[in-house]
Design a protein around this ligand. Structure first.
Ligand code: C5P
Length: 222
């Protein structure tokens, strides 16, 4: 069967990467977590004392920043200039700054260029905020994954517990809502459902149920 492109977009903690990883594994496709790329440059900015509001400085930093992925049992490892950052880019310091970095046109242009290169051969599952609208507008399958903010905060809370992060649930709710607001209202490629994307509401569904739903959608295209 032909190798297609699958775009999965949606707000924070909707389960995009969990589902995208499983899907990529089952289809023997490449998985690309574009959020990890925005997180990686944000991490670099924090480490190098670059102001997240300084577009020029960020673009310059990005030119010196190689972001690579390495397949791994479940998912992938992320590297910045050969240094592994898989865990550290999930920390609250990065999570709560990343939306300020991702508003900048220059940052987005460079990362979108890199993402399109990764996807160029097809056989890809890519997740993010603007994959169906800007990065892969011709993707054969576009999914827009949503869930209530309460449920997303609860999922993030449980995930954080495993990683020893103990932000209270109410604070997580606030952080998620703030990030969604910044991502949805920015000028360049805001978080929005593509016209031809299929909306999947995962509120009340577990991971296998979501995967089954999306596989049904994909099977009509492959
Ligand atoms: O998906 P994840 O939560 O890791 O994304 C982190 C942040 O990166 C988002 O909140 C958003 O600001 C930015 N992002 C983006 N475009 C993408 C993927 C992520 O602006 N395609």
């Amino acid at each position: 069967s032909k190798k297609i492109s699958i775009a999965i977009d949606g707000p924070a903690s909707a389960g995009k990467s969990t589902v995208a990883k499983i899907l990529a594994k089952e289809l023997h496709y490449v998985y690309c977590d574009t959020g990890a790329m925005y997180r990686a440059i944000t991490y670099q900015a924090l480490v190098n004392d670059v102001d997240v509001h300084d577009e020029q400085a960020l673009v310059q930093l990005l030119q010196k920043t190689m972001i690579t992925f390495e397949p791994h049992q479940e998912g992938q490892k992320v590297f910045v200039n050969q240094q592994e950052v898989t865990q550290v880019i999930r920390k609250p310091q990065v999570t709560n700054q990343v939306s300020h970095v991702s508003v900048h046109k220059g940052v987005r242009e460079e990362l979108v260029r890199r993402q399109q290169k990764i996807a160029e051969c097809g056989g890809i599952v890519m997740d993010g905020r603007d994959i169906g609208t800007a990065v892969l507008p011709n993707a054969e399958v576009k999914i827009f994954l949503i869930a209530s903010v309460e449920e997303r905060a609860e999922r993030r809370f449980l995930e954080n517990q495993k990683n020893g992060i103990d932000t209270p649930l109410e604070k997580l709710k606030e952080e998620i809502a703030t990030r969604d607001h910044i991502d949805s209202t920015r000028k360049i490629s805001p978080l929005v459902q593509a016209k031809d994307a299929i909306l999947v509401d995962t509120t009340g569904l577990n991971i296998p149920e979501v995967v089954t739903k999306i596989k049904e959608i994909v099977s009509k295209q492959v």
